[in-house]
Design a protein around this ligand. Structure first.
Ligand code: HEM
Length: 446
């Protein structure tokens, strides 16, 4: 009997050894960038998921850049990935959308945001053109100027007032709820004040837990995130059905109003498409703005002179007004030079989006290395923002540095909103929200 057992063990050992060898040495028609593929099945995921409490590059990236250089290979959640902190390669990749690369998010994100199949909201070509057009229409400069700026101001005033009546607040959670109230209103017409259900907790639960290990079993953070996502989908779908079934519905201006107008006019314009695209915009808005504003509280506490600079600028704005209580105007917003330096500096250090993901459609040759077709690429742009040649003493919070940085240098060395065709469609909204928040904060509160 023992020879059979011996053969089974030997075969299993050969199979596992071969599998591990293949895992560590993936196929490539050329030379792969240096790096390690980590442990079979999970790769190096856990190390990347450990939160970093520093303003510097995440230790996972920093350690590997030091060891391998700015372009290296790894494996995240079972996916082979090339991580690039090389500005030249990053720029090249941003210009190759639909040619050598396509937008790709982690497999978890693909499921959560419905980024699979021909009709996915992140597809290239005319689907992208449609989605981008809708986003820019909703959150672009014209919409901000005519409508959103005053809605942001109202939301901020109400929320800061509520915070001021409490002993302490959890900053990240409170800021995220404030942004969620605004986002839910302008993206799917959710009326926070007159709704029995408080959807902001659900949005916070969803956004807060998405960047956790994707293990969907009861008790895990990710499982709770999926439950919150399902609830959100139901709320958004119910809202869409309500709008669709109302024969007197007049064209409004939120995301679902576009759905009412355009549903089924093209193969991809389905109910699911609009629900997923709304959830995507909600996540992008709440997570990014709340991260930046929360960080600013910590930085202000450590640098009170920055708050003094802000107070001086905003008190001057109030002084120029005929009526001190009148709402913030677009011209006032556009006059906020110091505030925009603060916003830039917080976003520079905030590393709001640690990586921009793409998938190689063909083998990509770069500096003697090959990025194989099918591999994911994670472009880390924050190395640019921490370059000591451009940003002296890069980890120091110093908004005044922006006085000496001209527009051309900034365009080449400051890319928190990405680049190319996929450049952030919410950049103007993020900046306007942040600036309005600072306006109300420093003019009304200490
Ligand atoms: C500090 C705030 C923000 C930062 C740093 C940021 C960063 C980025 C970056 C780097 C990209 C490019 C992603 C890629 O190339 O794959 C992007 C895309 C995008 N962002 Fe933002 N974002 C912010 C706020 C927002 C907000 C408030 C919205 C609101 C809707 C938003 C909506 C989007 C959308 C829709 C895209 C995809 C654009 C496209 O594919 O054409 N972002 N963002």
């Amino acid at each position: 009997m023992w020879p059979i057992g011996f053969c089974v063990v030997a075969l299993a050992t050969i199979f596992i050894t071969h599998w591990i060898y293949k895992w560590r040495n993936p196929k490539c028609n050329g030379v792969l960038p240096p790096g390690s593929m980590g442990i079979p099945l999970i790769g190096e995921t856990l190390e990347l998921l450990i939160p970093s409490h520093s303003l510097d590059l995440h230790p996972f990236i920093k350690k590997r850049i030091k060891k391998y250089g700015p372009v290296f290979r790894t494996n995240l959640v079972g996916r082979p990935v090339i991580i690039t902190a090389d500005p030249q390669l990053n720029n090249y990749i941003f210009q190759q959308e639909g040619k050598l690369v396509e937008l790709w998010y982690m497999d978890t994100f693909e499921k959560v945001f419905g980024l699979e199949g021909e009709a996915r909201p992140n597809a290239v070509g005319h689907i992208h053109k449609y989605v981008r057009g809708v986003y820019l229409g909703l959150f672009g400069v014209e919409s901000l100027r005519t409508k959103l700026l005053s809605e942001i101001e109202q939301t901020v005033r109400t929320n800061l007032h509520i915070w001021s009546t409490k002993g302490t607040i959890d900053t990240k959670k409170s800021v995220a709820s404030m942004v969620a109230i605004f986002a839910a209103k302008c993206q799917f017409g959710y009326d926070f004040e007159n709704s029995a259900d408080d959807v902001t907790e659900t949005i916070y639960g969803f956004v807060h837990s998405l960047m956790s290990f994707p293990l969907n079993i009861p008790g895990t953070r990710f499982h709770k995130c999926m439950k919150d996502k399902e609830k959100l989908q139901q709320v958004i779908r119910a809202k869409l059905k309500e709008k669709l079934s109302n024969p007197n519905h007049q064209g409004g201006t939120d995301f679902l109003d576009h759905a009412v107008k355009d549903l089924n006019t093209d193969f991809f314009l389905t109910e699911d498409f609009f629900v997923y695209a709304t959830i995507g915009a909600l996540f992008a808005t709440v997570e990014s703005i709340s991260t930046a504003i929360t960080l600013s509280f910590k930085l202000f506490a450590e640098h009170p002179w920055v708050v003094e600079d802000l107070v001086a600028e905003h008190e001057a704005i109030l002084k120029r007004r005929e009526n001190k209580d009148s709402p913030l105007t677009w011209d006032e917003y556009k006059s906020m030079t110091v505030t925009m330096h603060v916003v830039n500096e917080v976003i520079r250090l905030g590393n709001v989006l640690p990586g921009i993901f793409r998938k190689a459609l063909k083998d990509i040759q770069y500096n003697g290395y090959t990025i194989p077709a099918g591999w994911a690429i994670m472009a880390v742009t924050c190395t640019l923002q921490l370059n000591p040649k451009i940003f002296k003493d890069p980890l120091a919070f110093n908004p005044r540095r922006w006085k000496d940085i001209d527009a051309e240098t900034a365009a080449k060395n400051f890319m928190p909103f990405g680049g190319g065709q996929r450049q952030c469609a919410g950049a103007e909204l993020a900046k306007a929200f942040f600036a309005t928040f600072l306006h109300v904060l420093v003019t009304e509160y200490r």
